[in-house]
Design a protein around this ligand. Structure first.
Ligand code: FMN
Length: 201
């Protein structure tokens, strides 16, 4: 297996360094205790006004929920996610709790909750591959999602697998070098777009 760890300029937490998004998963099932710990980590994500807008549906390979999540993925994502032993569908509550006022940052909070889950997953040697490629209307239909909630993403979870199981086009990206913007392109000082001297050394 090619080393896909982040090549960092500065040292970071080992779980963050190790994390990446594979498409090849091992068929080994994931222990329920581990999954419980992933959701425990997610539960302790900070959120605006502690609104906790995240809602998730979990399916284990072989059960009906898994099939319904699979059905609501884009066809490209279906082609590799079928290897994963666990699928989750991710939803956000659009409104403040007990109110009709919009929660302006619900998607931000739900995204953050997935980051918490993902970092805890590395602690369990589990990999998470998030997917924007879903069919939202299928999610709503398959799970009878109330109107206050929006289907946002899905994610595949499992142990890392052999890239050889993937079709050729996906195999190439599975073993490709991982890339990121440089600090100068994303961290500014003084004016938007003006690089910070912080990273000169
Ligand atoms: C919100 C979100 C949506 C994504 N959607 C998809 C997707 O639909 N299909 C897919 O193959 N990868 C998807 N990805 C994975 C990204 O392509 C991947 O995170 C990115 O290329 C960086 O690679 P890394 O996670 O291995 O560092 C998504 C990731 C995130 C965070």
């Amino acid at each position: 297996m090619k080393n896909k760890e982040a090549k960092t300029k500065y040292p970071i937490h080992p779980n963050l360094k190790k994390r990446w998004s594979p498409r090849a998963f091992d068929e080994k099932p994931v222990e329920k205790d581990k999954i419980r710990r992933l959701f425990e980590a997610l539960r302790w994500t900070p959120s605006s006004y502690n609104q906790q807008p995240w809602r998730l549906i979990i399916g284990f390979k072989g059960d009906e929920t898994y099939t319904l999540i699979m059905d609501a993925l884009s066809s490209r994502n279906q082609s590799w996610a079928i290897n994963a032993p666990v699928l989750i569908a991710v939803f956000g509550r659009k409104f403040q709790n007990n109110s009709e006022d919009n929660n302006k940052v619900y998607q931000f909070d739900v995204g953050q909750s997935m980051a918490y889950l993902t970092v805890q997953a590395m602690e369990e040697n589990l990999y998470v591959h998030q997917m924007a490629g879903i069919k939202p209307e299928k999610m709503v239909e398959n799970f009878e999602v109330p109107v206050q909630y929006k289907p946002l993403t899905a994610a595949a979870i499992g142990y890392i697998g052999d890239p050889e199981i993937l079709p050729e086009n996906m195999y190439d990206s599975e073993i490709a070098e991982r890339t990121r913007f440089d600090f100068d392109e994303i961290i500014f000082s003084g004016k938007f777009g003006r690089k910070s001297s912080l990273f000169e050394k």
